[in-house]
Ligand binder design. Structure first.
Ligand SMILES: Nc1nc2c(ncn2[C@@H]2O[C@H](COP(=O)(O)OP(=O)(O)O)[C@@H](O)[C@H]2O)c(=O)[nH]1
Ligand SMILES: [Mg+2]
Length: 199
């Protein structure tokens, strides 16, 4: 699948504000700085569709991008920003929980995980929570072009940790936005689900 048009639809503060749920939707989430904006730009082939920034942790909005008039990418606020207070964290959890549980056209969550660092408790906990809530998700390991990727040792460690609470692993993708690695794989995964949605 190729992407021809990608337009920013808007930023929404609740599910009720979101566009009508008549098109398949895919949400991207992960720790701040994991490379979420970069991967959205890489997939859509647009340089600055989603803002790439080094100062994470501010906005709490659902940012919708309409792709070729047929499906949505949603950029969700990142988690794990060190300076965030307990209260802010609760607000984030409520906000995300509400979206993930209520958005009826949500097909799959792309859970982004930094391949350069050892397994993080916060990522594993978030994955477990999605599992408990029966929210379909796949794992997207980011920045595999970096030397700290170290032949996937962190990925292996993360998968081993996942297997402590999961019987089978969710599908996973190895990606680099710099090198455009994993782009075709992710797009054909989405294409398959889109076909099912419209058939
Ligand atoms: N080496 C490498 N760095 C990346 C890649 N993708 C993003 N980054 C860097 O990681 C930082 C955070 O990226 P960004 O997309 O803003 O992350 P976000 O906070 O999750 O949206 C930036 O400095 C990017 O240049 C990648 O594929 N490889
Ligand atoms: Mg970002």
């Amino acid at each position: 699948m190729e992407i021809h048009h990608a337009n920013f639809v808007g930023s929404f503060v609740s599910v009720t504000q979101c566009p009508p749920p008549d098109k398949p939707e895919y949400a991207f989430i992960g720790r701040s700085n994991v490379g979420k904006s970069s991967i959205i730009n890489m997939l859509t082939g647009r340089k600055a569709l989603a803002r790439v920034s080094n100062t994470p942790g501010k906005t709490q909005t659902l940012n919708h991008f309409l792709i070729d008039e047929t499906w949505y990418i949603v950029d969700l606020p990142g988690y794990g920003y060190a300076k965030i207070s307990k209260t802010q964290r609760k607000v984030w959890e409520q906000f995300i929980r509400n979206y993930l549980l209520r958005r009826e056209n949500l097909q799959c969550v792309f859970h982004l995980i930094d391949s350069r660092i050892p397994p993080q408790k916060i990522d594993l906990e978030f994955a477990d929570w999605m599992g408990e809530m029966h929210i379909p998700f796949v794992m997207v390991f980011t920045k595999i072009d970096d030397k700290k990727y170290n032949k996937g040792s962190n990925v292996d460690a993360y998968n081993r940790k996942m297997l402590e609470s999961w019987n089978t692993l969710p599908e996973h993708f190895l990606t680099s936005s710099r090198k455009r690695t994993g782009r075709n794989e992710i797009l054909s995964f989405i294409e398959d689900i889109n076909k099912q949605f419209y058939s």
